[in-house]
Ligand binder design. Structure first.
Ligand SMILES: Cc1cc2nc3c(=O)[nH]c(=O)nc-3n(C[C@H](O)[C@H](O)[C@H](O)COP(=O)(O)O)c2cc1C
Length: 359
């Protein structure tokens, strides 16, 4: 189970005065709240009728991502920040309510690669036809509908406007949340890839690493720097002995690039400015992808991020780390000094090309 929190919007999809929707959404939130806490899920109730969305009134198609109206920008930010959704939906005339279809139609990429679960309610069919209708629409948006679903027949399950407590029903609701969270974690790499720059390997992508990535970074470091320890015949290699907290602390202050593929951290490099120097370090690539230019590519990324005014790239590596030294020398670094344990290398930051004159 990932340690990252999952933000789930519980969408209440009816707009009528006196609607049953709020009572069903409230029952759902109360029922799954303990499990949500265990799973690290943040449940966010959203009543679609409170969003102030008129019938779709944007000039550009949602796929463009160009939004003119504040109500669209707000809705875009809300959906964008979510990892998954549970639609609490009635059935209107064998279909989903118009307010849900309209809210879906407003946006595009914000929905993509996120799971959507359904808690439906209605008369004869317990809202199941509404869910079938919604499923064929949401897949177009690359939302991933869950198999787990809860369907409430109003006559059997509601009393005095409330959902009657029932252990079996509660267990099914928790099952919907469980499946939602598993699918949300599984889809996270697809969400990240869709929002990131591509990396050098097919399907790979790059993004900045944050303290939340400390677990993956720790594993990569221990794997990569073990070879450094063997090559230099010492365990006094900082990257080997760092604690999770220590890694999280430096991730907060360094500009660190991670290369990912299918949720796996393939490589990383960190950099930051000290006076007029751009310090580069912690360049590591998983063992099975060595020799494919990934380290060179990451080094280029770290150098390209150098702040204006920096005059030198500087880095350190083990004095006996021949593989590293060969890479750095091939990329234009010169060994300035070595104390027998650590080699210190530099390379001038190339002067920026002046922009070509207009005309
Ligand atoms: C416009 C409309 C259409 C409806 N169509 C269906 C239907 O096709 N199937 C069904 O089981 N119930 C249908 N119902 C009954 C609803 O399931 C029931 O009124 C439910 O409480 C509606 O959800 P709400 O109270 O949150 O609006 C319909 C109700 C309305 C208002």
């Amino acid at each position: 189970m990932s340690t990252k929190t999952v933000r789930v919007l519980v969408l209440m999809c009816s707009s009528r005065p006196g609607a049953r929707g709020p009572a069903v959404a409230e029952w759902l939130a109360e029922t799954v709240a303990p499990r949500a806490a265990e799973l690290g899920v943040e449940l966010v109730p959203v009543a679609l009728r409170d969003l102030g969305l008129p019938f779709l009134d944007e000039e550009d198609e949602p796929a463009s991502g160009v939004y003119r109206h504040e109500h669209t920008k707000r809705w875009s930010a809300t959906v964008d920040a979510a990892d998954g959704f549970i639609a609490v939906t009635p059935e209107y005339n064998y279909g989903m309510p118009a307010i849900l279809k309209n809210a879906l139609d407003y946006l595009g990429r914000e929905w993509a690669w996120k799971p959507m679960g359904f808690v439906s309610y209605g008369n004869t069919s317990a809202g199941t036809r509404s869910v079938q209708h919604a499923k064929q629409v949401v897949t177009t948006l690359r939302l991933v509908p869950l198999g787990a679903t809860l369907a409430l027949r109003i006559g059997d399950t509601m009393e005095n406007g409330r959902v009657r407590p029932d252990a079996g029903r509660a267990a099914i609701a928790v099952g919907v949340l469980d499946e939602l969270v598993r699918v949300a974690h599984a889809l996270r790499p697809l969400r990240e890839q869709a929002r990131s720059q591509p990396g050098p390997l097919p399907g790979s992508y790059v993004r900045q690493l944050t303290p939340g990535d400390a677990g993956e970074v720790l594993v990569l470091q221990r794997c990569c720097w073990m070879e450094e320890a063997l090559a230099n015949d010492t365990l006094a290699v900082p990257a080997l002995g760092e604690s999770l907290e220590r890694v999280g602390a430096w991730l907060a202050t360094w500009h660190t690039t991670g290369l990912w593929q299918d949720g796996r951290l393939l490589g990383m490099v960190r950099a930051r400015r000290v006076d007029d120097d751009w310090h580069v370090g912690r360049l590591g690539v998983v063992p099975d992808l060595r020799g494919r230019g990934v380290g060179r590519w990451l080094l280029g990324r770290a150098e390209a991020a150098a702040e204006a005014g920096c005059r030198r790239f500087v880095l350190r590596t083990g004095a006996e780390s021949r593989r590293n030294l060969a890479l750095y020398h091939a990329q234009g670094y010169r060994t300035e000094s070595s104390d027998g344990a650590t080699a210190f290398l530099t390379k001038p930051v190339p002067a920026h090309e002046p922009a070509p004159a207009a005309g």
